[in-house]
Design a protein around this ligand. Sequence first.
Ligand code: SF4
Length: 328
Amino acid sequence: MIAPLIKAEGLERVYKLRRGPFGKAVPVRAVDGVSLAVMPGETLGIVGESGSGKSTLGRMLLGIDPAQSGAVTFEGSRMPALGTAEWRALRARMQLVYQDPLAALDRRLTIAAQIREPLDIHGLLPRDARSARVQDLMIGVGLRRDQAGSYPHELSGGQRQRAVIARALATSPKLLVCDEPVSALDVSIQAQVVNMLRDLQEKNHIAMIFISHDLKVVRNIADRVAVMYLGRIVEEASSDVIFQAPKHPYTKALVSSVPVPGKPLTGRMILQGEPPNPANRPSGCAFHPRCPLAGDICRTASPALREIGEGRMAACHMVEGADAPMAA
Ligand code: SF4
Protein backbone atom coordinates (compact mmCIF):
# COMPACT_ATOMS: atom_id res chain seq x y z
CA MET A 1 0.00 0.00 0.00
CA ILE A 2 1.31 3.48 -0.89
CA ALA A 3 1.89 5.71 2.16
CA PRO A 4 1.00 9.42 2.18
CA LEU A 5 3.84 11.76 1.30
CA ILE A 6 2.69 14.28 3.88
CA LYS A 7 0.23 13.80 6.69
CA ALA A 8 -1.11 16.26 9.23
CA GLU A 9 -2.99 15.29 12.37
CA GLY A 10 -4.92 17.67 14.61
CA LEU A 11 -3.02 20.82 13.61
CA GLU A 12 -3.84 23.89 15.67
CA ARG A 13 -2.56 27.45 15.48
CA VAL A 14 -3.86 30.22 17.69
CA TYR A 15 -2.75 33.82 17.30
CA LYS A 16 -3.26 36.58 19.81
CA LEU A 17 -4.99 39.55 18.27
CA ARG A 18 -4.76 42.85 20.12
CA ARG A 19 -7.20 45.62 19.22
CA GLY A 20 -5.33 48.91 19.64
CA PRO A 21 -2.23 49.49 21.82
CA PHE A 22 -4.16 49.03 25.10
CA GLY A 23 -6.71 46.48 23.90
CA LYS A 24 -6.99 43.04 25.42
CA ALA A 25 -5.33 40.26 23.41
CA VAL A 26 -7.98 37.96 21.98
CA PRO A 27 -7.14 34.43 20.82
CA VAL A 28 -7.84 33.73 17.15
CA ARG A 29 -7.95 30.11 16.04
CA ALA A 30 -6.44 30.35 12.55
CA VAL A 31 -6.21 26.58 12.18
CA ASP A 32 -8.37 24.44 14.40
CA GLY A 33 -7.78 20.70 14.50
CA VAL A 34 -6.97 20.06 10.83
CA SER A 35 -6.01 16.56 9.68
CA LEU A 36 -5.21 15.66 6.08
CA ALA A 37 -2.95 13.52 3.95
CA VAL A 38 -1.52 13.96 0.46
CA MET A 39 -0.30 11.01 -1.59
CA PRO A 40 2.81 11.13 -3.80
CA GLY A 41 2.00 12.86 -7.08
CA GLU A 42 -1.46 13.93 -5.90
CA THR A 43 -2.85 17.48 -5.95
CA LEU A 44 -4.95 18.57 -3.00
CA GLY A 45 -6.80 21.83 -3.52
CA ILE A 46 -7.53 23.85 -0.39
CA VAL A 47 -10.32 26.36 -0.88
CA GLY A 48 -12.25 28.81 1.25
CA GLU A 49 -12.86 32.51 1.64
CA SER A 50 -10.23 34.94 2.80
CA GLY A 51 -9.52 34.35 6.52
CA SER A 52 -10.40 30.65 6.44
CA GLY A 53 -6.88 29.66 7.51
CA LYS A 54 -5.72 28.23 4.15
CA SER A 55 -2.40 30.07 4.00
CA THR A 56 -1.59 29.45 7.66
CA LEU A 57 -2.26 25.76 7.10
CA GLY A 58 0.06 25.76 4.06
CA ARG A 59 2.89 27.27 6.10
CA MET A 60 2.24 24.85 8.97
CA LEU A 61 2.51 21.88 6.60
CA LEU A 62 5.98 23.08 5.63
CA GLY A 63 6.96 23.70 9.25
CA ILE A 64 7.42 27.45 8.59
CA ASP A 65 4.63 28.26 11.01
CA PRO A 66 5.01 25.65 13.75
CA ALA A 67 1.87 23.96 15.04
CA GLN A 68 0.94 24.54 18.68
CA SER A 69 -0.59 21.11 18.76
CA GLY A 70 -0.86 18.28 16.32
CA ALA A 71 1.86 16.89 14.12
CA VAL A 72 3.07 16.82 10.53
CA THR A 73 4.90 13.84 9.10
CA PHE A 74 6.72 13.93 5.77
CA GLU A 75 7.69 10.61 4.18
CA GLY A 76 6.83 8.94 7.46
CA SER A 77 9.11 11.09 9.65
CA ARG A 78 8.05 13.84 12.02
CA MET A 79 8.64 17.35 10.68
CA PRO A 80 11.88 18.69 12.23
CA ALA A 81 11.77 21.95 14.18
CA LEU A 82 11.92 25.19 12.22
CA GLY A 83 15.46 26.42 11.52
CA THR A 84 17.28 23.19 12.40
CA ALA A 85 19.74 21.64 9.93
CA GLU A 86 17.29 18.74 9.43
CA TRP A 87 14.47 21.16 8.60
CA ARG A 88 16.64 23.14 6.15
CA ALA A 89 17.67 19.90 4.43
CA LEU A 90 14.03 18.82 4.19
CA ARG A 91 13.02 22.17 2.66
CA ALA A 92 14.82 21.11 -0.52
CA ARG A 93 12.13 18.42 -0.84
CA MET A 94 9.20 20.70 -0.02
CA GLN A 95 8.95 24.06 -1.75
CA LEU A 96 6.56 26.99 -1.48
CA VAL A 97 5.28 29.15 -4.34
CA TYR A 98 3.85 32.45 -3.15
CA GLN A 99 1.12 34.62 -4.55
CA ASP A 100 3.27 37.64 -5.39
CA PRO A 101 6.24 36.70 -7.57
CA LEU A 102 7.77 40.18 -7.35
CA ALA A 103 7.92 39.94 -3.56
CA ALA A 104 9.30 36.39 -3.77
CA LEU A 105 12.17 37.40 -6.05
CA ASP A 106 15.22 39.50 -5.18
CA ARG A 107 15.13 42.61 -7.37
CA ARG A 108 18.95 42.87 -7.31
CA LEU A 109 19.63 39.39 -8.73
CA THR A 110 19.17 38.10 -12.25
CA ILE A 111 16.58 35.41 -12.90
CA ALA A 112 19.26 32.79 -13.58
CA ALA A 113 21.08 33.61 -10.33
CA GLN A 114 17.84 33.21 -8.37
CA ILE A 115 16.92 29.91 -9.99
CA ARG A 116 20.43 28.68 -9.24
CA GLU A 117 20.38 29.81 -5.60
CA PRO A 118 18.69 26.67 -4.13
CA LEU A 119 21.22 24.46 -5.94
CA ASP A 120 24.06 26.42 -4.29
CA ILE A 121 22.39 26.52 -0.87
CA HIS A 122 21.73 22.78 -0.78
CA GLY A 123 24.96 21.85 -2.60
CA LEU A 124 23.06 19.97 -5.29
CA LEU A 125 24.80 18.87 -8.50
CA PRO A 126 28.47 19.54 -9.31
CA ARG A 127 29.08 23.30 -9.65
CA ASP A 128 29.78 23.10 -13.37
CA ALA A 129 26.46 21.32 -13.98
CA ARG A 130 24.31 23.95 -12.26
CA SER A 131 24.16 26.45 -15.14
CA ALA A 132 22.87 23.76 -17.50
CA ARG A 133 20.24 22.80 -14.90
CA VAL A 134 19.15 26.45 -14.66
CA GLN A 135 18.77 26.58 -18.46
CA ASP A 136 16.71 23.38 -18.42
CA LEU A 137 14.48 24.73 -15.66
CA MET A 138 13.94 28.01 -17.50
CA ILE A 139 12.94 26.21 -20.67
CA GLY A 140 10.78 23.79 -18.68
CA VAL A 141 8.67 26.67 -17.35
CA GLY A 142 8.48 28.46 -20.69
CA LEU A 143 11.12 31.15 -20.18
CA ARG A 144 13.64 31.93 -22.95
CA ARG A 145 17.37 31.37 -22.60
CA ASP A 146 18.03 35.04 -23.34
CA GLN A 147 16.00 36.00 -20.23
CA ALA A 148 18.63 34.44 -17.94
CA GLY A 149 20.31 37.81 -17.39
CA SER A 150 17.03 39.70 -16.88
CA TYR A 151 16.03 41.22 -13.55
CA PRO A 152 12.56 40.64 -12.09
CA HIS A 153 11.26 44.09 -13.05
CA GLU A 154 12.15 43.38 -16.69
CA LEU A 155 9.73 40.42 -16.86
CA SER A 156 5.95 40.32 -17.02
CA GLY A 157 3.95 39.04 -14.02
CA GLY A 158 3.44 35.66 -15.68
CA GLN A 159 7.15 35.35 -16.51
CA ARG A 160 8.09 36.25 -12.95
CA GLN A 161 5.81 33.53 -11.60
CA ARG A 162 7.37 31.07 -14.07
CA ALA A 163 10.79 32.05 -12.67
CA VAL A 164 9.54 31.48 -9.10
CA ILE A 165 8.23 28.04 -10.12
CA ALA A 166 11.54 27.20 -11.84
CA ARG A 167 13.38 28.11 -8.64
CA ALA A 168 10.99 25.96 -6.59
CA LEU A 169 11.60 23.02 -8.93
CA ALA A 170 15.40 23.41 -8.90
CA THR A 171 15.84 21.02 -5.99
CA SER A 172 13.51 18.37 -7.52
CA PRO A 173 11.04 18.65 -4.65
CA LYS A 174 8.53 15.94 -3.79
CA LEU A 175 5.97 18.49 -2.60
CA LEU A 176 5.01 21.92 -3.87
CA VAL A 177 2.79 24.12 -1.73
CA CYS A 178 1.32 26.79 -4.01
CA ASP A 179 -0.40 29.61 -2.13
CA GLU A 180 -2.68 31.54 -4.51
CA PRO A 181 -0.01 31.15 -7.21
CA VAL A 182 -2.03 32.72 -10.03
CA SER A 183 -4.32 35.17 -8.29
CA ALA A 184 -2.00 38.12 -8.98
CA LEU A 185 -1.87 37.30 -12.70
CA ASP A 186 -4.11 38.36 -15.59
CA VAL A 187 -6.91 35.87 -16.25
CA SER A 188 -5.43 35.09 -19.69
CA ILE A 189 -2.09 34.15 -18.09
CA GLN A 190 -3.62 32.19 -15.19
CA ALA A 191 -4.67 29.28 -17.39
CA GLN A 192 -1.21 29.08 -18.98
CA VAL A 193 0.55 28.97 -15.61
CA VAL A 194 -1.92 26.42 -14.20
CA ASN A 195 -1.52 24.17 -17.26
CA MET A 196 2.24 24.47 -16.98
CA LEU A 197 2.14 23.56 -13.28
CA ARG A 198 -0.03 20.53 -14.02
CA ASP A 199 2.29 19.35 -16.81
CA LEU A 200 5.40 19.80 -14.67
CA GLN A 201 3.76 18.04 -11.75
CA GLU A 202 2.77 15.04 -13.84
CA LYS A 203 6.16 14.85 -15.54
CA ASN A 204 8.07 15.02 -12.26
CA HIS A 205 5.50 13.15 -10.12
CA ILE A 206 5.35 15.97 -7.57
CA ALA A 207 2.58 16.17 -4.98
CA MET A 208 0.98 19.58 -4.79
CA ILE A 209 -1.09 21.47 -2.27
CA PHE A 210 -2.85 24.17 -4.24
CA ILE A 211 -4.34 26.89 -2.04
CA SER A 212 -6.80 29.23 -3.70
CA HIS A 213 -10.01 31.15 -3.19
CA ASP A 214 -10.70 30.66 -6.91
CA LEU A 215 -12.68 27.44 -7.42
CA LYS A 216 -12.44 27.65 -11.21
CA VAL A 217 -8.68 27.34 -10.99
CA VAL A 218 -8.80 24.58 -8.37
CA ARG A 219 -11.25 22.59 -10.46
CA ASN A 220 -8.69 22.56 -13.30
CA ILE A 221 -5.83 21.23 -11.25
CA ALA A 222 -6.89 19.38 -8.09
CA ASP A 223 -7.47 15.63 -7.72
CA ARG A 224 -9.05 16.16 -4.33
CA VAL A 225 -10.39 19.26 -2.59
CA ALA A 226 -10.58 20.27 1.07
CA VAL A 227 -12.95 23.13 1.86
CA MET A 228 -12.01 25.31 4.85
CA TYR A 229 -14.23 27.56 6.92
CA LEU A 230 -12.89 29.50 9.92
CA GLY A 231 -9.85 27.28 10.42
CA ARG A 232 -11.55 23.90 9.95
CA ILE A 233 -12.04 21.53 7.06
CA VAL A 234 -15.79 21.29 6.52
CA GLU A 235 -15.81 19.02 3.47
CA GLU A 236 -13.26 16.93 1.65
CA ALA A 237 -13.69 14.69 -1.39
CA SER A 238 -12.44 14.11 -4.90
CA SER A 239 -12.56 17.15 -7.12
CA ASP A 240 -15.32 15.62 -9.28
CA VAL A 241 -17.50 14.92 -6.24
CA ILE A 242 -16.95 18.37 -4.72
CA PHE A 243 -17.85 20.15 -7.94
CA GLN A 244 -20.65 17.87 -9.09
CA ALA A 245 -22.34 16.84 -5.84
CA PRO A 246 -21.20 18.98 -2.90
CA LYS A 247 -22.89 18.11 0.40
CA HIS A 248 -21.91 20.78 2.90
CA PRO A 249 -24.04 23.95 2.55
CA TYR A 250 -20.88 26.12 2.51
CA THR A 251 -19.34 24.04 -0.28
CA LYS A 252 -22.63 24.21 -2.18
CA ALA A 253 -22.60 27.98 -1.95
CA LEU A 254 -18.98 28.23 -3.09
CA VAL A 255 -19.49 25.82 -5.97
CA SER A 256 -22.70 27.47 -7.11
CA SER A 257 -20.90 30.81 -7.33
CA VAL A 258 -18.58 29.43 -10.04
CA PRO A 259 -19.89 30.45 -13.45
CA VAL A 260 -20.37 27.51 -15.82
CA PRO A 261 -20.31 28.37 -19.54
CA GLY A 262 -23.73 27.83 -21.09
CA LYS A 263 -25.53 27.45 -17.74
CA PRO A 264 -28.00 30.12 -16.60
CA LEU A 265 -27.41 31.94 -13.34
CA THR A 266 -30.79 30.88 -11.93
CA GLY A 267 -31.00 28.35 -9.11
CA ARG A 268 -27.71 29.38 -7.58
CA MET A 269 -27.19 29.70 -3.86
CA ILE A 270 -25.88 33.12 -2.90
CA LEU A 271 -23.63 33.07 0.15
CA GLN A 272 -25.16 35.49 2.64
CA GLY A 273 -23.08 37.92 4.68
CA GLU A 274 -19.38 38.05 5.37
CA PRO A 275 -17.35 35.36 7.13
CA PRO A 276 -17.61 35.93 10.90
CA ASN A 277 -14.80 37.49 12.85
CA PRO A 278 -12.42 34.61 13.77
CA ALA A 279 -11.85 36.32 17.13
CA ASN A 280 -15.56 35.98 17.82
CA ARG A 281 -16.38 32.56 16.48
CA PRO A 282 -20.11 31.72 16.42
CA SER A 283 -21.23 28.99 18.79
CA GLY A 284 -21.97 25.49 17.49
CA CYS A 285 -21.39 25.27 13.76
CA ALA A 286 -19.44 28.42 12.84
CA PHE A 287 -21.35 28.57 9.55
CA HIS A 288 -24.78 28.69 11.18
CA PRO A 289 -25.38 32.50 10.91
CA ARG A 290 -25.07 32.16 7.11
CA CYS A 291 -26.57 28.73 6.60
CA PRO A 292 -30.09 28.35 5.15
CA LEU A 293 -30.39 24.85 6.66
CA ALA A 294 -29.36 25.79 10.21
CA GLY A 295 -31.44 24.16 12.92
CA ASP A 296 -31.37 24.42 16.70
CA ILE A 297 -28.59 21.88 17.09
CA CYS A 298 -26.39 23.92 14.72
CA ARG A 299 -26.37 26.85 17.17
CA THR A 300 -25.13 24.78 20.09
CA ALA A 301 -23.13 21.78 18.86
CA SER A 302 -20.10 21.92 16.60
CA PRO A 303 -20.34 19.19 13.93
CA ALA A 304 -17.36 16.84 13.66
CA LEU A 305 -15.77 16.07 10.30
CA ARG A 306 -16.98 12.54 9.56
CA GLU A 307 -17.03 10.09 6.71
CA ILE A 308 -20.25 10.38 4.70
CA GLY A 309 -19.31 8.10 1.81
CA GLU A 310 -16.32 6.42 0.30
CA GLY A 311 -13.46 8.91 0.25
CA ARG A 312 -15.63 11.84 1.26
CA MET A 313 -16.06 13.66 4.56
CA ALA A 314 -18.20 16.52 5.77
CA ALA A 315 -18.80 18.41 9.01
CA CYS A 316 -22.53 19.13 9.07
CA HIS A 317 -25.40 17.95 11.28
CA MET A 318 -27.83 18.05 8.37
CA VAL A 319 -25.63 16.57 5.68
CA GLU A 320 -28.04 13.69 5.10
CA GLY A 321 -30.79 16.20 4.32
CA ALA A 322 -28.50 18.65 2.56
CA ASP A 323 -29.78 17.72 -0.89
CA ALA A 324 -32.80 19.93 -0.29
CA PRO A 325 -32.91 22.93 -2.67
CA MET A 326 -30.92 25.87 -1.32
CA ALA A 327 -31.14 28.38 -4.12
CA ALA A 328 -31.70 31.97 -3.08
FE1 SF4 B 1 -25.60 24.48 8.21
FE2 SF4 B 1 -26.09 23.21 10.50
FE3 SF4 B 1 -24.72 22.00 8.59
FE4 SF4 B 1 -23.64 24.01 9.94
S1 SF4 B 1 -24.23 22.02 10.77
S2 SF4 B 1 -23.56 23.71 7.78
S3 SF4 B 1 -25.41 25.33 10.26
S4 SF4 B 1 -26.86 22.65 8.50
